[in-house]
Unconditional design. Structure first.
Lengths: 396, 312
């Protein structure tokens, strides 16, 4: 075992020296990440606490308890209190005018009889007016409506079940409220509201770092192909080392550099712009898990390549497709529903989810268990075929 | 008895076609064995399986009694492999290349330093050891390429076309080094396009063609298979392919191969006495401008066994 690890260390050490010699290690691990963090910090304003500050219009054609509850609960929310304010408008036209003029970022419209309808378990209709000029306000408004919708749905279900169980219609409202279903005075849960969960500096800083990790890990695959072209890969494999040694040696270096690169972006954005990505231990674990997944995915994709140019093309394609699908470029909550689902098969999507949780709620490792497990799972699922392919001598 | 190398029934298929088809031979301890075959005969694929780079579809390889299939790390430790292409890092010096590969073979710091000095001396690169490989001539690169395989003092040295593309002076130096190693008791497997190199270095030869070993023996044994066959080289002015076809029909001619734009090589029983018949056969097709009758040699044996010349 010691011999195997020693061979791994020799290959990895050689790779590190090569990267230091040609300067790429310093460039990709330190210079580029600091530039990345600085660029996004400066471009997006740095301090996250002021990243979202908008007015949500309310058109209350209902006049009942639900609209008032939504507004009250939102203003009681620690997460939303400093980011949004509410303004009432007499009708849809006035609200639309305010949204168009930029006086309001978005508006929520409650139709007449909404509270009564909800109370009777018959559902209700709420709509959102948005502006392309204030996408985040729209996201927050939609997210509030989504939460109201889920409460309405559960209320409707409770009423239907009670009626089916023989509760007289005139007692059903009282019955479901006695038994725990939210009444007209709806209570919003503490769940994170999309769009308000993470400031733009953190979102884009993390997103770009996540994407950049693929490029850094990709240099490992490129180095492996360079060795193949030089004939030195076969020379290593003909030596007394396990078949996986060359791949693992390169992967370890790629993993290490990508991790340093991501950590540099993280630390830079915290130190230079004072933004927080959340609990440091949880963030670090999330970054380690992502870099593992990214390294294995890159090796798997690159194992199909035959030339340096193909490796570059494959890695570029992989990084951009996953970044687009996973919300590194456009936030997940701003994507169509089917793309939001697609984000769940990308490491980027899970890192975005995890960082969002950590940055918004300031919680710890327990809150990112699922993203961590999924990321490790992606890494294992991609790594096994890559290593098997290499062990069988079919790599590249 | 334990052989330095034993391979039995080695098979490698690509897309259902066997490129190595039940190849088997052995190398005694301290023996120099040559593997001869034209391009595409399966030499490099066979060697790739012998050194553990390719997994055989069938058969087995043993190095000093250690199974390559079940204990590849220990089996590889006994082999020094010189690949056909230069396999060095050009931006590193010869000394740095040797240090890296020596570490992979688990050589300790002190022994490694001593061996690097010895190897650089053995391959004649002592004075250029600290220069980058990319500044070397082709011959120097070849010598450094061989040097890497000698670092750990292997029991079996496998050289795949080690003199391709080198100048005559470097070739002599390389062959001298190899002969010296064989003299010191290192077992050798040697492949080359150059028949004279194999005849000089190797005591036993295997001839591989279309993925099969078609003959195996000492030079004397292989040549003896020819009986009274002579090698006859003809230089013609005319249609050499039509002439070759005609000559194959002459009684006593066993092979007729086109070796150049206007040259043919024949194997003919009692070739010297057949000359009138040979000249008569091509009359009207081509004009004979040169004739050379050569005593049987390894190349003639190769032609006899494979129906082609080594450089076909």
């Amino acid at each position: 075992m010691l011999t195997k690890l020693s061979a791994l260390a020799v290959v990895a050490g050689h790779e590190v020296r090569a990267r230091l010699r040609d300067g790429t290690a310093v460039l990709i691990a330190f210079v580029a990440p600091v530039l990345l963090a600085t660029l996004f910090g400066v471009a997006l304003g740095g301090d996250d606490e002021q990243a979202l500050d908008t007015t949500i219009g309310i058109v209350d054609n209902d006049g009942g308890e639900v609209p008032a509850s939504v507004q009250r609960e939102a203003m009681d929310s620690e997460q939303l209190r400093d980011m949004i304010g509410f303004e009432r408008f007499p009708d849809v036209d006035a609200a639309q005018q305010a949204v168009d003029d930029g006086a309001a970022g978005a508006a929520i419209v409650f139709e007449e009889g909404f509270s009564e309808s909800v109370s009777a378990g018959e559902g209700g209709e709420v709509s959102v007016l948005e502006s392309a000029e204030a996408p985040y306000a729209g996201v927050v408004a939609r997210s509030l409506v989504d939460q109201v919708s889920s409460l309405v749905a559960s209320r409707t279900l409770a009423v239907d079940v009670s009626l089916a169980a023989g509760v007289p219609p005139e007692r059903v409202t009282e019955f479901v409220e006695e038994n725990g279903a939210d009444g007209p005075a709806l209570r919003l849960s503490d769940a994170t509201v999309a769009g308000a969960q993470v400031g733009m500096t953190v979102h884009y800083g993390a997103g770009m770092a996540v994407m950049f990790a693929f490029f850094v890990a990709g240099t490992s695959a490129r180095a492996l192909l360079t060795d193949r072209q030089l004939g030195t890969l076969d020379r290593i494999r003909a030596g007394p080392v396990p078949a996986w040694t060359p791949l693992a040696g390169k992967a370890v270096v790629g993993f290490g550099l990508a991790l340093v690169s991501m950590c540099t972006t993280w630390v830079s954005s915290e130190l230079i712009f004072g933004v927080s990505w959340g609990d440091p231990v949880a963030v670090l674990l999330l970054l380690v898990a992502h870099v593992f997944a990214a390294t294995m995915l890159v090796l798997l994709v690159a194992s199909r390549a035959r030339t340096d140019a193909q490796v570059d093309g494959f890695v570029l394609g992989l990084a951009f497709v996953l970044a687009l699908l996973g919300g590194s470029i456009v936030p997940v909550y701003d994507l169509p529903d089917f793309l939001q689902t697609a984000a769940l098969v990308t490491p980027n999507g899970w890192v975005s989810e995890g960082i969002g949780q950590l940055a918004a709620a300031g919680t710890g490792v327990s809150d990112v268990t699922t993203p961590l497990l999924v990321l490790v799972g992606i890494g294992v699922a991609a790594g096994i075929p890559a290593f098997l392919r290499f062990s069988k001598g079919r790599f590249a | 008895m334990t052989f330095a190398l034993t391979c039995e029934n080695l098979v490698k298929r690509y897309d259902g076609t066997a490129v190595v088809d039940h190849v088997g031979f052995h190398i005694d301890s301290g023996e120099a064995y040559g593997l001869l075959g034209p391009n595409g005969a399966g030499k490099t694929t066979t060697i790739s399986m012998l050194v553990g780079l390719l997994r055989p579809d069938g058969g087995s390889v043993q190095v000093n009694g250690i199974e390559m299939g079940s204990d590849p790390v220990e089996a590889k430790r006994l082999i020094g492999y010189v690949p056909q292409e230069i396999a060095l890092y050009p931006e590193l010096t010869a000394r740095e290349n040797l240090r890296y590969f020596g570490r992979l073979y688990g050589l300790g710091r002190r022994r490694l330093a001593a061996r690097i000095t010895e190897v650089l001396d053995a391959v004649g690169l002592s004075e250029r050891g600290d220069d980058k490989v990319q500044t070397y001539s082709g011959g120097m690169k070849r010598r450094a390429n061989i040097g890497v395989a000698l670092l750990h003092e292997p029991e079996l040295l496998i050289l795949d076309e080690p003199t391709v593309g080198v100048d005559p002076q470097s070739r002599v130096a390389i062959l001298d080094s190899i002969e010296r190693l064989v003299g010191e008791g290192v077992s050798l497997l040697y492949t080359s396009h150059y028949m004279e190199e194999v005849e000089r270095v190797c005591t036993r030869v295997g001839i591989i063609d279309k993925g099969r070993v078609v003959a195996d023996g000492t030079r004397r044994e292989l040549v003896a298979e020819l009986g009274g066959t002579d090698k006859v080289d003809l230089v013609l002015d005319g249609d050499v392919h039509a002439a070759a076809e005609k000559l194959r029909a002459v009684e006593g001619v066993t092979e007729a191969a086109v070796t150049g734009q206007n040259s043919l090589r024949l194997l003919a029983v009692g070739g010297r006495h057949l000359l009138p018949a040979l000249l008569g056969a091509v009359d009207g097709l081509a004009q004979v401008t040169g004739v050379d009758v050569i005593e049987p040699d390894l190349e003639a044996a190769f032609l006899h066994l494979t129906g082609s010349t080594l450089r076909d």
